[in-house]
Design a binder for this molecule. Structure first.
Ligand SMILES: Nc1ncnc2c1ncn2[C@@H]1O[C@H](COP(=O)(O)OP(=O)(O)OP(=O)(O)O)[C@@H](O)[C@H]1O
Length: 562
């Protein structure tokens, strides 16, 4: 027998092959012992076993440990099956802000093998009716504050008063499930035998048009949850403030991530900036997730102060400007800039901090971090391509569409084969976002394809123009859209909200802001006009609805509404 280690290994392999057969003939198989379906509801069962007394939920004065959260969730799952007759694959709708019942529903509905359809509380009754009908929901849970949204719905309704008291109809429903939760626990609830089954149905908020029902699978939820753990570095000590609503892409799967590591979920019924500052300090918040528009208001709130410990802010939903990222740092809020869509289970791209960035000036660093970056470790592949699906050059100039492929792409749009086929054209998911790619491979979004301005044949990124205007010290918020121009076809027009309580000599008008832009950027990119407005149209998640502004500009003209 050879003494050469390579040959020794070969001999050993020969012996093994003689016993079990060479590869390609007899191979080990996947079986029940070495495979289970990826299912994020197990995170809760496990954390309740490992850390029963750890605080799982903080909601004002109310607190639940993991043992209590688990008991309530399991009871709800039994109630869904036995009281409400929910069957595998049924859609169960819930309309609620970030409250404990909403978190419980995110585990209990999948635990009952049903599909959760969490609906935006800011919609109007007709929009809610559309989603209930389109999703084919069989039951609707609704927070009492929003019950008018479903007053005409024929579906069975469970009202959540969000008191936690025995008189609350939601609590009464839980009561019916406690005995089984205490005796059988999870063992009486059959879990899915197919991780590719639908588990969640999220309707996009309609920044660009009619909402579409994005279908998530157990497997996707599970992997997205693990992705967040890696990217946001969540652990047992994490105290996460949910600013992104759970009805928006399941708050980017953070409920599952936090639960996996037995972190603490801090809930808030509504966006109240004074309250957010108070909670951040009182609850020793370590992480939050939010859209930039909310963070802009937060850093300009009179209660803004330097935080005792750095808070990691996962910022996504739109691009934070370099100005915002730098301002957040002053208060001890470190921005982890992320990008994604509902269709990708929320964020799947991150602007990574590189060795050497510490040498950059604050301004240069903020500029680097305002780019969207690279894909998460769990999200496989991303390209930026032209209309022929060729990759754009890594030159920071040639723009193309961002397309995705991998485990964190939705299963499809619910009951919408046409939209699904369009989104998956050529075997890639088409995001509709236009970006360039820098020599270091970082992507930088220029615009949504519908937002980009084409002036005299030149493409203008509205984000670039907005970023320039936002550097003016009097500017709080800005949106730039295309306005008609006889000479150029279209030109940029700015809408600006000024900071509150500006001293008289600091107040500026639109002309001064146009001049400010002319001193800083190429003439063709400068807005033809800028108007000062009181507020900007936004979705419930705080995203600018540029199409509303475009509609005003292009009234009566065919082009450019959407
Ligand atoms: N970090 C970011 N930078 C720039 N844009 C972003 C960022 N994160 C998200 N976006 C924008 O948000 C979009 C995803 O939004 P989302 O899936 O939440 O849908 P929506 O805007 O609420 O609704 P709809 O898809 O119906 O317009 C992306 O396609 C992109 O345009």
């Amino acid at each position: 027998m050879s003494c050469n280690p390579v040959n020794v290994a070969k001999d050993r392999l020969q012996q093994i092959y003689q016993t079990i057969g060479a590869p390609g003939r007899i191979r080990p198989s996947i079986n029940k012992a070495n495979r289970t379906e990826l299912n994020p509801v197990y995170f809760l069962a496990r954390s309740a076993t490992v850390y029963p007394s750890k605080t799982a939920v903080v909601h004002g004065e109310r607190r639940y440990t993991y043992k209590e959260l688990n008991r309530r969730t399991v009871a709800l799952a039994y109630a869904l099956k036995e009281q409400l007759n929910v069957r595998r694959g049924d859609r169960v709708a819930i309309i609620a802000p970030n409250i404990p019942a909403m978190l419980e529903a995110h585990f209990a509905i999948p635990a009952a093998n049903a599909i959760i359809c969490a609906i935006n509380t800011r919609l109007v009754p007709s929009e809610v009716a559309y989603i209930l009908e389109h999703s084919g929901s069989t039951i609707v849970f609704c927070d009492a504050e929003f019950k008018d949204l479903i007053k005409d719905s024929p579906l069975p309704k469970i009202i959540i008063e969000d008191t936690g008291l025995a008189s609350d109809p939601y609590e009464q429903l839980l009561q019916t499930g406690y005995s089984k939760a205490d005796t059988l626990g999870w063992s009486g609830l059959d879990q899915t035998d197919n991780e590719e089954e639908e588990v969640s149905l999220c309707y996009t908020s309609g920044t660009t048009g009619k909402p579409k029902g994005v279908v998530f699978t157990y497997r996707g939820l599970y992997l997205a949850a693990l992705g967040n753990l890696i990217e946001a570095q969540l652990n047992f000590d994490s105290v996460h403030l949910f600013i992104v609503p759970l009805f928006h892409a399941n708050a980017w799967m953070y409920p599952y991530s936090l639960t996996a590591v037995a972190g603490t979920h801090v809930m808030l019924r509504k966006i109240d900036y004074d309250q957010i500052w108070k909670v951040m300090v009182d609850e020793k918040v370590t992480h939050l997730n939010s859209a930039p528009t909310i963070l802009i208001q937060l850093v300009h709130n009179p209660n803004a102060r330097k935080l005792p410990k750095t808070v990691t802010c996962i910022v996504g939903g739109s691009a934070p400007t370099a100005t915002l990222i730098a301002k957040m740092r002053e208060f001890g809020m470190e921005a982890a800039h992320v990008y994604g869509l509902t269709e990708t289970y929320g964020p799947v791209v991150r602007s990574y901090y590189q060795p050497g960035f510490e040498k950059l000036s604050a301004e240069e660093l903020a500029k680097q971090l305002a780019r969207q970056g690279h894909v998460y470790v769990v999200s496989d592949d991303l390209r930026v391509v032209d209309s022929e699906m060729n990759d754009v050059a890594l030159d920071g100039k040639q723009a193309g569409e961002i397309v995705f492929r991998g485990n964190l792409v939705m299963k499809g749009y619910y009951n919408d084969p046409e939209a699904t086929a369009k989104a998956f054209k050529g075997g890639w998911f088409h995001s509709g976002d236009i970006a360039v790619r820098h020599p270091d491979g970082y992507i930088a979004i220029q615009d949504r394809s519908k937002d980009i301005i084409i002036s005299g044949g030149e493409n203008i990124s509205t984000l670039e123009v907005e970023s320039c205007i936002s550097q003016h010290p009097a500017v709080l918020e800005v949106a730039v859209v295309a306005t008609p121009s006889e000479r150029w076809g279209e030109t940029p027009k700015g809408f600006v909200v000024l900071k509150p309580d500006l001293a008289a000599d600091k107040i500026v008008d639109g002309q001064a802001l146009v001049k400010f832009c002319k001193e800083r950027m190429a003439g063709f990119k400068c807005p033809s006009s800028i108007v000062i407005v009181k507020e900007l149209p936004k979705t419930s998640t705080g995203k600018l609805q540029k199409y509303v502004l475009r509609e005003q500009e292009w009234k009566g003209q065919q082009k450019r509404i959407n």
